[in-house]
Design a binder for this molecule. Structure first.
Ligand SMILES: [Zn+2]
Length: 374
């Protein structure tokens, strides 16, 4: 059994449903301590975080990841117990195998092999949290605040999120789109459908505005981002009767936006459209993340070369997918790349990772360290 597979199994056996760490970080810390890392626990509320560092010179290369997993869902649909790792036909099954205990294991074993050959130029660090899959308030964000307060700067960061699509390393993420949520309530006047003059139908009032919003071309995107997209996720009015004009309409919507737009641009353009159609509404905004990007450079090059060397694959830069903890790290000027296993089964029943992929990932991480800290 490979060291990476072994460690990944050990982590999967811990039922660390977000935001619980269930002892995963302790397993990792023991290994890092043995390598000479200085360990700092930074718990906030129920969330466990670790900042582990080896060396005090620049540049600093940091591995970032999370030990928490999403719930297993309907466990009767799993081919094996999601918290008892099982290898079948070359694949390791278990919750977190791909997102992202496999990456965590590969990061640790990569450091172990590298440091067995002697010290590195520069420093290595691990930023591990148990709060990525839920609200992500007391995790990476808080650790980054502590680091910034004391002026500790991460130069390069590899986030272990499962970035790959069909084969390991075919896709890496060098940024993410922004995500902005809107909660809209359109106010009208309830009444009998037979007496529309005595009512004010918020559905009729507002459909044209929503329809216009759906057809807007917000931007063209740019070299790194696809065009901004607007999606309505929920819409509700009426109580299920067919003779009452509803008194209110509620809608939830989301923007996934490129770096061509700011939160303020989107808010003002959206509100201008609404105001043109009808003014009696309330609108609440919630920003889940601004877009961030790492331009092609030292880190993206090192990652691409390492992937090519280990797997033969020519990687592709991408900013698609949901947001990630990279959003808390990149704004400090850190070059951030996400590289992890194939993401086809993440958050699903029978989550799995190819055993071979785990070993390859560990060798890719090692190559990246060798190249960036040469
Ligand atoms: Zn993840």
């Amino acid at each position: 059994m490979s060291a990476t597979l072994d460690l990944c199994c050990e982590l999967i056996s811990r039922q660390s449903v977000s935001p619980d760490d269930a002892g995963c970080q302790e397993i990792m810390c023991k290994r890092l301590e043995a390598l000479g890392f200085t360990i700092e626990h930074m718990p906030f509320g129920r969330v466990s975080n670790v900042w582990a560092r080896l060396g005090d010179t620049a540049p600093l290369l940091c591995f970032a990841g999370h030990t928490d997993v999403v719930p297993a869902g309907d466990t009767t649909k799993w081919g094996s117990n999601p918290y008892i790792p099982e290898v079948r036909e070359g694949r390791l099954y278990g919750r977190g195998a791909a997102d992202m205990k496999g990456s965590l294991a590969a990061m640790i074993t990569a450091c172990e092999r590298l440091l067995a050959n002697g010290p590195v130029n520069g420093s290595l660090a691990f930023l591990i949290t148990s709060d990525e899959e839920s609200v992500a308030v007391d995790g990476t964000r808080r650790v980054m605040e502590v680091l910034q307060e004391r002026g500790e700067k991460i130069d390069y960061c590899i986030v272990g999120e499962p970035s790959s699509s069909d084969t390991l390393g075919d896709v890496i993420r060098n940024g993410r789109r922004g995500s902005l949520n809107g909660t809209l309530t359109v106010h009208g006047t309830e009444g009998h459908v037979a007496y529309p003059d005595l009512a004010n139908n918020p559905v009729h009032r507002f459909l044209p505005a929503l329809s216009e919003l759906c057809s807007v071309r917000w931007d063209q995107g740019n070299a790194y981002f696809p065009p901004t997209s607007f999606q309505i996720s929920n819409i509700h009015a009426g109580e299920g009767t067919n003779n009452v004009i509803p008194g209110a309409l509620k809608a939830l919507f989301n923007f996934r936006f490129s770096s061509e737009l700011t939160e303020d641009d989107i808010r003002s353009r959206t509100e201008a459209i609404f105001d043109r159609h009808y003014s009696d509404y309330t609108l609440e905004w919630q920003l889940s993340g601004n877009p961030f990007i790492t331009a092609e450079g030292v880190l993206t090059d090192a990652v691409a070369v390492a992937i090519k060397k280990v797997t033969g694959t020519q990687t592709m830069l991408s900013t698609s997918g949901g947001t990630s903890d990279g959003r808390f790290i990149a704004p400090t000027g850190t070059q951030v790349v996400e590289l992890g296993p194939c993401n086809k089964t993440i958050h699903k029943v029978n989550e799995n990772v190819r055993v071979e992929e785990l070993d390859q990932l560990s060798f890719i991480y090692q190559e990246i360290m060798q190249s960036v800290l040469a």
